[in-house]
Design a protein around this ligand. Structure first.
Ligand code: ATR
Length: 279
């Protein structure tokens, strides 16, 4: 029988995940179904239980998106180290006696940077903008790539400082670099080779008060939002940076989830091309 998967979110109507996983399944010959499920804001755990109990093939796993990633973290009975570090879960695996929570967002970002964009964070001066859930999810995977430095800058400086402190003393984790947390004004005069926007400012077309100095020559500016030219992307382009949006991260985090579930790694280039609107 066909193994069942789903993505839970609210809203969920525009999710690209069912299409991405259908393309992965066709490419790898895996017999799975994958549906989008709109869960009530108060009804995430009930929706997951109903999905697991539904008739048909076995429910093997699920992706989780806004606003349920923290709740999925709590729902999981076991969690991977990268989910623990992220404090959020975007991938659930349903096993006989447990629900395993994982987080593939950071791995997706790193893979997009290295394999699709040719931008290896190793040895680069990296600036991460934002200190919310999206930023937290990518800090450990970025640190594990051994950047020359990692600066976390946030509108609310205190949140960035707290996050940097937390990731500077991760137990049992041998990362080479301790992140630095700061506010936007303190970036004046500093330059970075890779700048990742993990704030939600782009969703409301708000620009960030970034000093022009931050864009080093040949800087790569990465916007986690996709589907629109955000003010951050426009500022980066005007400063001569190479700009990428978050569509590659979306496809790569999905590929990593598919690998977690099926132990088969799908190729992503053709899927990314199929999703990218013709320009
Ligand atoms: P997410 O899960 O998408 O990260 P979040 O946890 O609400 O959402 O975090 C939003 C992030 O975007 C925060 O870092 C927030 O900065 P504050 O901590 O100062 O609130 C940042 N952000 C949102 N709108 C912004 C804006 N207009 N300018 C600068 N930063 C903004």
């Amino acid at each position: 029988m066909t193994d069942r998967y789903a993505v839970f979110g609210n809203p969920i109507g525009h999710s690209k995940s069912p299409r991405i996983h259908a393309l992965f399944a066709a490419q790898t010959g895996q017999d799975i179904s994958y549906q989008a499920i709109l869960a009530d804001r108060e009804g995430f755990a009930a929706a997951v239980s109903a999905f697991i109990a539904a008739p048909g093939g076995a429910a093997r796993g699920a992706n989780v998106t806004v606003p349920f990633k923290e709740e999925a973290f709590r729902l999981a009975t076991r969690r991977t180290p990268r989910a623990e570090a992220a404090g959020a879960v975007n991938t659930l695996s349903f096993e006989a006696d447990s629900i395993v929570g994982d987080n593939t967002d950071g791995a997706g970002l790193v893979r997009d940077l290295k394999h699709n964009l040719g931008c290896d964070p190793a040895g680069r001066r990296v600036l991460l903008l934002g200190a919310g859930g999206a930023a937290r999810g990518v800090i450990l995977p970025l640190l594990l790539e051994n950047p020359a430095e990692l600066v976390i800058a946030n509108r609310t400086e205190e949140t960035a400082a707290r996050l940097a402190l937390e990731f500077g003393r991760l137990p049992g984790c041998a990362v080479m670099v301790k992140p630095d947390g700061t506010g936007f004004p303190n970036l004046a005069g500093r330059a970075f080779d890779l700048i990742i926007n993990a704030t939600s400012a782009g969703l409301s077309d708000a620009s960030l008060p970034l000093p022009a100095s931050v864009f080093a020559p040949r800087c790569v500016a990465y916007e986690m939002v996709y589907g629109r030219n955000t003010p951050f992307m426009l500022q980066a382009l005007a400063s001569g940076a190479r700009v990428a949006d978050g569509l590659g991260m979306l496809v790569e985090q999905a590929a990593e989830a598919f690998f977690v579930w099926r132990a088969v790694r799908p190729r992503t280039a053709s899927v990314l091309a199929a999703l990218r609107p013709a320009s």
